[in-house]
Design a protein around this ligand. Structure first.
Ligand code: 5GP
Ligand code: MN
Length: 324
């Protein structure tokens, strides 16, 4: 009988002592939650684990158990290299040639995942990578204790924006219920990761809200390096402004353009069900989900805005057959 993917992962793990785990740059709650949940469960099984994020753990997630163990330097060697919530090998932000070995295991839920590892545990239907890990951790004979449960819950809550996305299934809610039974403090995680904002973030949002534009079902705005400097915002992201814009009625697609250092712009798309923005993001070298996708594109703000808005308009306008 052919060895299943899980059996292969189990065998790889049993041979390994030093395990390196990576996730994507500008990590969200699912990236951090997946990284920490798997790290803690492996550590408790006696493995030597190095959880690594290019920019470390964002302050919003530093309350999570295990967050203090994350480093921003990859060990120069290890027995196993695992990626979580990472659609492709470039997404960690580390130059690929600096990775200490070929990818061994890839655990993810993005439809744009490129199956880049030896062992790929990818389920596009899962609402979060932590939803997959909820099954995979026990299948690998590892334990879900209260700390692991807390991290798994963080991925579920943040990737579904508080169970508000179409990706939420009865299974997602069943897992959430189990995690609460295991002691995961859902209300606290909800409040810390989804509700609380710093004063500086609100001022940063103000810059973007002042520049809102809307045309034919597309709503967009931009944030610049100068905005961050003026308000004193230390991240390089949008402080989640795109998810606020997505609550504004009457739009098919919402976009945000975030200027980055080094002549690049990070673009985030959000869409109504039925409009697939993952494809557009993929065409710009990014990826994501049908209703939430992103890409980092080289070039200046004005030029990228024009290119991206043109592609987005094209993708939502009815095709000729629909007029027939
Ligand atoms: P956000 O726009 O909030 O950063 O991300 C929305 C979704 O798109 C997330 O699932 C995120 O992982 C994915 N995503 C964002 N940027 C990129 C990118 O540059 N490449 C890929 N493959 N996925 C991205
Ligand atoms: Mn995710």
């Amino acid at each position: 009988m052919a060895e299943t993917t899980i059996e292969k992962a189990k065998a790889a793990l049993s041979d390994a002592q030093r395990v390196i785990i990576l996730s994507h740059e500008r990590p969200d709650g699912d990236a951090v939650g997946s990284l920490l949940a798997l790290s803690l469960s492996l550590e408790r099984a006696g493995k030597n684990v190095a959880p690594v994020l290019l920019e470390g753990v964002p302050s919003r997630f530093r309350f999570l158990p295990g967050a203090d163990k994350v480093t921003s330097d990859i060990p120069s060697d290890g027995d196993l290299l695992i990626f979580v919530d990472t659609a492709d090998i470039q997404r960690t932000g580390f130059p690929v040639e600096t990775l200490p070995r070929q990818p061994d295991i890839n655990i993810d839920h993005h439809p744009t995942n490129t199956d880049f590892a030896m062992i790929n545990i990818v389920n596009h239907k899962a609402s979060a990578t932590t939803e997959i890990l909820y099954d995979v951790i026990p299948q690998l004979d590892l334990e879900i204790d209260i700390d692991v449960a807390t991290n798994l819950m963080t991925g579920l809550l943040t990737d579904t924006i508080g169970f508000r996305t179409d990706s939420v299934t009865p299974r997602t809610l069943g897992i959430a219920s189990e995690l609460v039974s295991l002691g995961a403090p859902m209300a606290e995680i909800y409040s810390r990761t989804l509700n609380q904002r710093s004063f500086v973030s609100a001022q940063y949002w103000g810059k973007g809200l002042n520049r809102l534009e809307r045309e034919n079902g597309i709503l967009w705005t931009s944030l610049t390096i100068e905005d961050r400097k003026v308000v004193g915002y230390s991240g390089s992201d949008d402080a989640d402004l795109v998810n606020l814009l997505a609550t504004i009625e009457g739009n098919q697609v919402v976009l945000i353009f975030i200027e980055q250092i080094g002549g690049k712009v990070k673009v985030s798309w959000r869409s109504r069900p039925g409009v697939d923005v993952a494809e557009i993001a993929f065409s710009f070298g990014g990826g994501g989900h049908e209703q939430a996708a992103g890409a980092t594109i080289e070039g200046n703000m004005q030029e990228i805005k024009e290119r991206v808005l043109t592609a987005t308009r094209r993708s939502i306008s009815p095709s000729p057959e629909e007029y027939a």
